[in-house]
Design a protein around this ligand. Structure first.
Ligand code: MN
Ligand code: MN
Length: 466
């Protein structure tokens, strides 16, 4: 009998060459995904492609057919910003689901509705940051622009500049050290103000124009490429993100560095897990759920607090026959959920904010956060021990390397995820994801072995019959 224990490195498994090969190839697929899926809209587009390629059909199509049966693969898209994928289980939906749910929005700079201006023969775009960013990190790095705009006739234009090697990029400038003594004396949080996060977008005047000629030249170029005029920004949704692809990190290529890993790392794993079920019919309906707006509180019709998900489940229950409200309630209360979100990885450079015994260690596998919240667990989702005990068996039976953690030292800070929302709907929910260094920065860091263990853990959970 082992009386004591220590968390182990997940890298031990990589001594098996087959494991190493599978893990590295999973990491390559994920790297391609985050290099493309820089926004929630693009993430949905990419995930939808994967779903369709794997035989998933839309909820609307199923509704036309009028029924669903075990093994059916169904997806539903929420306003191009969220996706829910289902494999219908042997048991009825009323008996509960196995949901792995993450978010596909990430901290970034959004353009304001009236963004374009000229100052001192340079043209800029005003931004309003989205989510929790450390503003100083967003200066002096190459940025790309993604989004949608609508012309006066209502037609839609998709915008993407800065990702192709041949594209120009953009940036927020910063002070030279020679003139930064006043700024250096400020706190790190106040050094760069929100209203200073203006994107430099051009400097060449339009020929034959005297007034605002640089801005006019930008408008001319935008019009040539996208057919838009300045007024079209009023009803556009444009996001500014770090330009370029995710990369291998470390001489041993054991890690990944890239934008938006919170939380596309867990969302991608959830989708890969459900796709990997293949022809297998799980006992309970398996769900991969990717939502928007987590970084700003999950409100609105594309966030987890929207009734979207419950509505989709209601439609599926109706397709199983004899619809009733009671069945939805029973379905939710019989459901088990992994709230698939990232954890704060222990950083030895900033050891004083962590409590090492209870921190997510990079390379030590899938992270289970029993509770979240701040101070005295305020605002937390606190998973029930009974659920953790069931989960432990699922992970251990499937050789998933996992660890427990919380976010930093007691009273050092805190945070939350979508977990509490599904728990409020009476499901069993625990936070369970991947440790990340430099979380919410333009270039977040993960360990390849952790992202693969997350995939393995999510898959085992979706197949579980407890
Ligand atoms: Mn997150
Ligand atoms: Mn986050």
């Amino acid at each position: 009998m082992e009386l004591s224990f220590e968390f182990e490195s997940a890298w031990k498994q990589a001594e098996d060459k087959n494991y190493l090969k599978d893990m590295m190839s999973y990491a390559d697929g994920y790297k391609d995904f985050i290099s493309k899926a820089k926004t929630e809209r693009i993430a949905v587009k990419e995930l939808l492609k994967m779903a369709k390629d794997n035989g998933y059909v839309s909820l609307e199509e199923k509704m036309k057919a009028g029924n669903i049966s075990a093994g059916d693969k169904v997806y539903s898209i929420n306003r191009d910003k969220g996706i829910a994928m289902f494999v219908i289980g042997e048991k009825s939906l009323e008996e509960g689901m196995r949901i792995v749910g993450g978010h596909i929005d990430s901290p970034r700079l959004d353009l304001k509705q009236n963004p374009l201006y000229e100052d001192t023969d340079m043209s800029y775009l005003k931004t309003h940051y989205y989510g929790g960013i450390r503003k100083y990190q967003w200066t002096t790095i190459p940025l790309a622009i993604h989004g949608v705009a609508f012309l006066s006739d209502g037609s839609r234009v998709d915008i993407c500049i800065g990702e192709d090697e041949s594209d120009p990029v953009f940036c927020v400038t910063d002070l030279l050290p020679h003139l930064a003594s006043k700024q250096n004396a400020k706190t790190l949080g106040d050094g760069v103000e929100g209203e200073a996060l203006n994107i430099l977008i051009g400097s060449q005047p339009l020929e034959g124009e005297d007034k605002e000629s640089v801005k006019k030249n930008i408008l001319k170029l935008l019009n040539e490429k996208y057919n838009i005029v300045e007024r079209d920004f009023l009803c556009a949704e444009i996001e500014v993100v770090p330009a370029g692809d995710a990369r291998d990190l470390g001489l041993d290529r054991s890690m990944l560095i890239g934008y938006g890993q919170d939380d596309r790392v867990c969302s991608y794993a959830a989708v890969q897990a459900i796709l990997s079920l293949g022809k297998e019919v799980p006992k309970y309906t398996a769900v991969a759920l990717c939502v928007d707006k987590e970084e700003v509180g999950s409100q609105g019709n594309t966030g987890m607090q929207s009734r979207f998900f419950e509505d989709v489940v209601a439609e599926l229950i109706a397709l199983q026959g004899d619809y009733s409200d009671l069945k939805i309630r029973r379905s939710m209360s019989n459901t088990k959920v992994l709230s698939a979100d990232v954890a704060a990885g222990y950083d030895p450079n900033y050891a004083d904010v962590y409590e090492k015994r209870n921190s997510a260690i990079l390379g030590h596998g899938l992270v289970v956060n029993k509770y979240t919240g701040a101070k005295g667990k305020s605002g937390c989702n606190d998973a029930n021990a009974e659920f953790l005990a069931e989960l432990r068996k699922v992970f251990d039976d499937n050789d998933v390397v996992w660890q427990t953690a919380e976010l930093g030292k007691v009273d050092a800070g805190g945070g939350g995820t979508i977990a509490f929302i599904l728990a409020n709907a009476n499901a069993e929910v625990v936070d369970c994801g991947v440790g990340v260094l430099s979380m919410h920065s333009p270039y977040e860091v993960t360990s390849k072995v952790d992202i693969y263990e997350a995939f393995k853990g999510y898959k085992a959970f979706m197949k579980s019959a407890f």
